[in-house]
Design a protein around this ligand. Structure first.
Ligand code: GLN
Length: 279
């Protein structure tokens, strides 16, 4: 039976109502993805009929979304810092609040500086790529312990034609042996291992190693803070993303380890989300 785009959108929205917080938007994103339309074309072509092949693919993706699969894994991309980054289930899906980490890093790096910056646990490469793009004279070393994540990051480095990002595989500082860095940035895992939100919504499908970090969520941050000093130049910066309720704990542990100029910043939702400090 022939189906127009608008009719499919209504049908899909209804199907997704029970399991998605954003059913209409999800349906629109899937149609734009399968039909190769941008948002304005989606509106002007609302009464165009879907081809059988398109409808087949849409039904398939719709079923996966009904089961809870994140939209970004179904389309393979997510917008970050105005770039359509490739994502896969091997990587965390970049979040809007992580743009704050990029903003605060850029606020500290002079425009023409040729700093060496490390991004630990880079995942899709989002933070490293945004910093490298905005500061072309900097060299950004992005690490991840998951080879599958580094493949995604590599595809993104290529997609945006960056020549100043270097990808290295390994746990936290292991691939940084011998480096003296001007800045370290990281969006590490920081969710409490028993946080019930790990069993809900999109995060169920994301790599646990990118999300959870011990009983208080601070294992990775502890580890990074303990070692970063050895790899930073004197006065070098460390910037960490953390949970909305972790700013005090993070500032406390940074102070205890001897970092100075500790400041935490609020994200657009008003939560303290990024803390910076220097060696
Ligand atoms: N902000 C993410 C969430 O709460 C967690 C990201 C992370 O642990 N780095 O789902």
């Amino acid at each position: 039976m022939p189906l127009t785009i608008e009719k499919f959108l209504r049908f899909a929205t209804q199907k997704l109502e029970a399991t998605s917080p954003s059913p209409r938007l999800d349906a629109e994103v899937l149609v734009m993805h399968i039909c190769g339309l941008d948002r304005s074309a989606l509106i002007t072509r609302a009464h165009a009929e879907l081809e059988t092949a398109q409808l087949k693919e849409l039904d398939y993706l719709l079923a996966l979304r009904q089961r809870g699969e994140p939209i970004a894994y179904l389309t393979g991309t997510r917008e970050f810092w105005s770039m359509a980054l490739n994502v896969s289930p091997a990587t965390l899906i970049p979040r809007p609040e992580t743009e704050l980490l990029v903003e605060k890093a850029l606020a500290l790096i002079p425009l023409e500086a040729a700093w060496i910056v490390a991004d630990l646990g880079t995942g899709t490469g989002a933070v490293a790529i945004a910093v490298a793009k905005e500061r072309p004279r900097c060299r950004v070393i992005a690490t991840d312990f998951l080879p599958a994540a580094l493949n995604v990051a590599r595809s993104n480095v290529k997609k945006f034609g960056l020549t100043n990002v270097e990808l290295r595989q390994g746990d936290w500082f292991i691939p940084l042996a011998g480096e003296k860095l001007d800045m370290i940035v990281s969006n590490p895992p920081y969710v409490c291992a028993n946080d019930p939100h790990l069993q809900q919504g999109d995060v169920r499908f994301e790599p646990m190693s990118a999300l959870a970090s011990g009983a208080d969520g601070l294992n990775a941050i502890h580890q990074i803070a303990a070692q970063a000093q050895q790899y930073l130049k004197p006065g070098g910066w460390l910037l960490l993303e953390h949970g909305f309720d972790q700013a005090d704990a993070v500032a406390g542990l940074l102070r205890q380890k001897g970092y100075r100029d500790i400041v935490s910043h609020r994200d657009l939702s008003g939560n303290h989300r990024v803390t910076e400090c220097r060696r």
